[in-house]
Ligand binder design. Structure first.
Ligand SMILES: NC(=O)C1=CN([C@@H]2O[C@H](COP(=O)(O)OP(=O)(O)OC[C@H]3O[C@@H](n4cnc5c(N)ncnc54)[C@H](O)[C@@H]3O)[C@@H](O)[C@H]2O)C=CC1
Ligand SMILES: O=C([O-])CC(=O)C(=O)O
Length: 308
């Protein structure tokens, strides 16, 4: 199993580290445009191998895509992150050009690969990769919902005073401050609806805190987060590499599912060796449907800013 991560920055390096620590891939290539940067990150990570007990071989490359040839999975984390006060959508001007160039370079060398898009604004970048590469929809997957759901579970556990392992919940919709749709109605503590334990007001606070999870961290860190993003990507890579068929909310091209067309947005999917094995259509309440519709309008408006 060969995995390429483009962008050796905060998220790319975290993602490569978690993939290596989980020890399911034989090879991870990290590629960056900055001279020597990916090689340095790869060497530093390889020097953790004997300490962290993994055999994954991590190699760095400065923009040499021949090193990425025949990758099974490619992750795109190249591009700029936001600064405090910015939205993810404001990154489109710089990141669209980078993501377009990177995705076409990747498939030149790995025509059968599965691409996971991380760069922001992620739903629009995922849509752009569709337009730029023409790959089948099961092989282009946007990462957002896995991270947003992890943050939702963190906030739920905090509100419930429960261990995170006792909590389950999912966030669908666009990966944006306004567009996320945390499914509070379906969240549970060990199979019991969370509404049995906390008030509607507290649950609303959990929902709001979840939606601004990325912005909150950006305010604290001065740039956006990387540990949870890296862990979220690595979990998706593992599900594909190990053909687990686990459900993750992922950004995927919708062609009528959830009543939506011609955009990529977060919905539950089954991940396996073919990438997206299938989209899971769950019955949403009237208000969840309305939030999803509103979220889709936001994503489509950002898509319109692309020059395709
Ligand atoms: N979808 C999600 O849930 C998340 C998305 N992000 C996004 O991921 C992206 C990366 O974030 P960070 O790693 O924090 O940024 P960073 O600045 O630490 O790393 C980005 C790396 O991309 C490299 N790069 C730029 N242009 C390139 C090109 N043409 N080819 C190869 N490499 C190139 C840079 O040299 C840099 O090393 C941002 O757009 C950020 O908004 C971050 C966290 C979560
Ligand atoms: O907040 C950001 O800009 C980065 C990101 O997508 C996240 O951490 O959710």
């Amino acid at each position: 199993m060969k995995v390429t991560v483009v962008g050796a920055g905060a998220v790319g390096a975290s993602c490569a580290e978690y993939i290596a620590i989980k020890n399911f891939a034989s090879e991870v290539i990290i590629l960056d445009i900055k001279e020597g940067f990916a090689e340095g990150k790869a060497m530093d990570l390889m020097q953790t191998a004997s300490l962290n007990g993994f055999d994954t071989k991590i190699t760095g490359s400065t923009n040499d895509y021949s090193k990425t040839a025949d990758s099974d999975i490619c992750v795109i984390t190249s591009g700029i992150p936001r600064k405090p006060g910015m939205t993810r959508e404001e990154l489109i001007g710089i990141n669209a050009g980078i993501v377009k160039m990177v995705s076409t370079s990747l498939i030149e060398h790995s025509p059968n690969t599965i691409i996971i898009v991380v760069s922001n604004p992620m739903d629009t970048m995922t849509y752009l990769v569709h337009k730029a590469t023409g790959l089948p929809k099961n092989r282009i997957i946007g990462m957002g919902g896995a991270l947003d759901s992890a943050r939702f579970k963190y906030r739920l556990a905090e509100a419930l005073g429960a261990p995170i392992s006792d909590v389950d919940g999912m966030v669908i919709g666009g990966h944006s401050d306004k567009g996320m749709v945390p499914l509070t109605r379906l969240a549970t503590r060990n199979s019991v609806p969370v509404s049995e334990f906390i008030s509607e007001e507290r649950l609303e606070q959990v929902l709001q805190d979840t939606k601004v999870g990325g912005a909150t961290l950006t305010g604290l860190l001065g740039t956006s987060a990387w540990y949870a993003p890296g862990a979220a990507v690595s979990s998706m890579v593992q599900a594909i590499a190990c053909d687990t068929k686990k459900i993750f909310p992922c950004s995927t091209l919708l062609e009528g599912e959830y009543g939506l067309h011609d955009l990529c947005i977060g919905v539950p999917v089954i991940l396996g060796k073919n990438g997206i094995e299938s989209i899971v259509e769950i019955n949403l309440s009237t208000s969840e449907k309305a939030h999803m519709q509103e979220s889709a309008i936001g994503v489509s408006a950002t898509n319109k800013l692309l020059t395709l």
